[in-house]
Every structure is written in C-alpha cells, then in structure tokens.
Design a protein around this ligand. Sequence first.
Ligand code: NAD
Length: 361
Amino acid sequence: MKYTITLIPGDGIGPEVSLAAKRCIDATGVSIRWEEFIAGEEAIRKFGTPLPDDVIASIRKNKVAIKGPIVTPVGTGFRSVNVQLRHTLDLYACLRPAKSMEGVSAAFKNVDLVIVRENTEDLYMGIEFQEGSADASRIIEMINGLSSKKIRSDSGISIKPISVFGARRIVKFAFDYALKNGRKKVTAVHKANIMKHTDGLFLSIAREVAREYAGKIEFNDAIVDNLSMQLVSRPQNFDVLVLPNLYGDIISDLCAGLVGGLGVAPGANLGDGIALFEPVHGSAPKYTGLNKVNPTATILSGVMMLHYLGEKQAAEKLEKAVKDVVKEGRFVTYDLKKDRNDPSAASTSGMADAIIQRMKG
Ligand code: NAD
C-alpha cells in the first residue's frame, strides 16, 4: 500500500458519505490502507469520550485523514470534536473552495472563490465562562475594574483572542496559496471598525503581509457585513478570502449556498505537514441512514486529499467523473434535481456508483 490514511466516518450522514468517498477514492487506483476510527456520538457510547486518544495518535502518525461530520451539542454537552481536532493537531488553515459546477442550479454562475479560514483562535478557542459561575464573576469584576464600560453581573463570557502569530500565519498561508494556485487577489475580512484590538490587529497584520507580495498578488479588505452583501450580489468579484475563525465559518456556508448548497462544498484543515479533509456540511441528522444525501462534498474533499498527496492524475480523474455525473444530472441525489421530490433521484451510494462507473468508462 502506498499510503495509510485515517478515516473517521463520523455521525449522522457521515458514514454514508464517507463510504461513498472511500469507494470513489479507491476506484482511482491509488493504493490506500484505511485506518478507520470512531469519533463522536458512537465513541461516547463505546468509549465514554467523543474523541478517543487513538484517533489523534493515528492522524499524527499518518499525517493525512479524511472525516465525515461529527455532531456538536448546542449550548451544553461536550466540546466540538471538530474544533478539538483542529486545535490539538494545530490544523490552523481551513481551506474551502466555492466553485460553480455545471448542472448544479445556483443563484450565480462562474463563481470561483476560495475561503481561507483561521482555525485555531478567535471565539472558537473555547475559553468561556458560564453565567453565574465563580470564574465568570471574577472575570467580570476584573474587567469592570479595568474598563469604563460595565459588564452586567449576569453575563456569560466568551473570549476572542487574535494573535499577531496566528494572524500572520493564516494571511501568509492565503497569499502562498494564491501564488501557488494562480490566484490574483486576496481579500482580508474583518470587523476592525468595531473590534479594534482583535480584528484591527488581524487587518494590520494582513496589510503588512500583503506588502511582501506586492506586484504578485493584489490585496484589499472588506468589513464582514459589507462583504456578505457584496457576495450575494457580485460573488465573481472575489478570489481568495482570508478570515478569522467565526467569520470564516459563517461565510463558508454562505458561499456554499452561492454555488448550489452544502451538498457540493468540500474542505480541508491544514497544518504544517498534517491535513484533515472534510465536507463543509454537518451531520444532517434527519437524513441519517436514508442513503439519500449528496456525497459530492465528501468526494470532492477526497479530490483535495489526492492533490495534497501529489496524486494529480487520480485527483483530476475523480474530479472529472464527479463533474460529468453532475452535469449529466441523471444519477444525482435529490438536492441536485430540479424538483427535490423527483423520484428518479439517485441514492448516496447510487451516485457514487455512477461516479466510479464514469472513471472506468
Ligand atoms: P448540516 O450541514 O448538518 O445540515 C443542514 C441542512 O443542509 C440539512 O438538513 C440538509 O438539508 C442540508 N445538507 C447538509 N449536508 C447535505 C448533503 N450532503 N446533501 C444534501 N443536503 C445536505 O447543519 P446542521 O443541521 O446545522 O448541523 C447538524 C450537526 O452537524 C450539528 O451537530 C452541527 O454541530 C454538526 N456540524 C458538524 C460539522 C463538522 O463535523 N465539521 C460541520 C457543521 C455542522
């Protein structure tokens, strides 16, 4: 076997879309030994933790992993496994291309932009203090002593750190990606008019880094609310977007919507010498076990993985097969049909079969 790769099927629709992707990747002929691990809800049931240590150990050893979505309880319960993986493995760059595909009905054509989301800092650091707790009271007391603004005593607190190191590393990543991939422009996204010491810092570092690439890659910046308006009216004006964690999360779903929905939006989480590929979408619990949802996002995450491994031919072959099947529109899942109730819609595994068949033909 040429590669050993960690596979985490995940929760909800995760196992279905992961199996489809695994079958398509294997059908490219690249020889992979898959090391499969449970994480998320099933891991809690079996091992009492959503992220067992051997999952992390396997990814550290293999350096490359692909995963399905994993449930995150809202408001209470365990911390997001996805966020934990990104933090523990220092997968600081989240790369999410949003590209129009022929055959996918979407509000816009010719969208081709890439989101580079910072993955480790910002409000996602998980530094939070529960309303009413002794620690929250101490923090509030301290801040009220330092600031002329007063935080109400019954507040919950989430901390938003953005560092010079983290901002520089992600903005450099975005510019290097742009250079390597023939992109023209990087736009830094922020809310620096309001959060001067976090988003303001992000913007000033972005401007500094941009100067190193002057003459090679264009640079501009946009305030996140204004960017949202521009994206839904003229998305073709954008190329590479670099954003702090929270805005990156929100804007990547928005951009997935621009090109036809979460079913077709792939992603990668990259660190130095380590990579974890996953679709943008979540576990879509109401579709669990129905063999109904679109496997394209996970298969295209597999295409990104093949490129990362240097398997260019296999990546291109698989991407072309996906595009052909989607363009033809026969063996596609319900979400890619004109009428979402079209009884001729393919199942998850059926669409994977068609993609595999196309690669053979
Ligand atoms: P979701 O992305 O799971 O689903 C929202 C809707 O998008 C679905 O109801 C469905 O209509 C559509 N959709 C998603 N994937 C699709 C696909 N492959 N094919 C066709 N349609 C698809 O978002 P949610 O309901 O907000 O989140 C469900 C769970 O997933 C939550 O626990 C959330 O925390 C988790 N989540 C995990 C990840 C991850 O693992 N990286 C990412 C996002 C959300």
